[in-house]
Design a protein around this ligand. Structure first.
Ligand code: GLN
Length: 184
C-alpha cells in the first residue's frame, strides 16, 4: 500500500496497515509513484501544505491520473480535501471526487472532538476529529457512509473512500480493513 508521506499523520496509517499485515511504501517524490502499489492512503495534516508540496514536487498530475484510472484511494481529513472536487473555504487540489467539502467546518480552534459513529458496511467505530472538514453535499455517484451531528463524515465514490475524521488515531482497524477490501 502506498502512503503519501509528505506531511501529516502518515506514520499512524502505516502502523494500522502493519497490524493488518499490509506492507507499505512511503510516497515522497514523483519517482515513488512509478513503483507498484495496489492502493493509496492520503493522510490527514494540512491540505494547503500538502497541496503546495504536491504541486512543487510535480506529483499532483501523475497522482491525479493514477487515482482517475482506478487506484483504490483512502483520503482522511486533509486527504479528503485533496480529493474533493469542490472545497468551501479552501482551494481544490486533485479535484477527483464529486463532493463539496467545507474546510475547518467545526471551527479552527475548538473544532476537535471525539465520538463514536456508525459507518455503513463497517460498524460503529471511534472517530477523532481534528480541525476537520465535513462533506456538505455529494454527487449522484457518491455513497454516503456516515453522518455525525447532521453532517456527512464518510463517503465513497467507486475507488475513492474518504473520512473527515482520523481512523488511524484510534485502535479500531475496521475502516482500514474495509479499505483493504476495496483493493481486491
Ligand atoms: N484543517 C486541515 C486542512 O485544512 C485538515 C485537518 C486534518 O487533517 N486534521 O487541511
Amino acid at each position: 500500500m502506498g502512503v503519501l508521506a509528505l506531511q501529516g499523520a502518515f506514520i499512524e496509517h502505516e502502523h494500522m496497515l502493519a497490524k493488518l499485515g499490509i506492507r507499505t511504501v512511503e510516497i515522497r517524490q514523483r519517482r515513488d509513484l512509478e513503483q507498484h502499489f495496489s492502493g493509496l492512503i492520503l493522510p490527514g495534516g494540512e491540505s494547503t501544505v500538502q497541496g503546495k508540496l504536491l504541486h512543487d514536487l510535480d506529483m499532483a498530475e501523475p497522482l491525479r491520473q493514477l487515482i482517475a484510472a482506478g487506484l483504490p484511494t483512502f483520503g482522511t481529513c486533509a486527504g479528503l480535501l485533496l480529493l474533493a472536487k469542490h472545497v468551501e473555504d479552501g482551494d481544490t487540489h486533485l479535484a477527483l471526487m464529486d463532493i463539496t467539502a467545507r474546510r475547518n467546518a467545526y471551527g479552527r480552534q475548538l473544532g476537535s472532538f471525539f465520538t463514536k459513529g456508525e459507518v455503513t458496511g463497517v460498524g460503529t467505530i471511534p472517530m477523532t476529529f481534528i480541525r476537520a472538514p465535513y462533506i456538505e453535499s455529494v454527487g449522484k455517484k457518491v455513497q454516503i457512509l456516515s453522518e455525525v451531528r447532521g453532517h456527512i463524515v464518510a463517503a465513497r465514490e467507486n475507488n475513492m473512500l474518504v473520512s473527515s475524521f482520523h481512523p488511524e488515531l484510534n485502535d479500531d482497524l475496521s475502516l482500514h480493513r474495509y479499505f483493504v477490501g476495496m483493493l481486491s
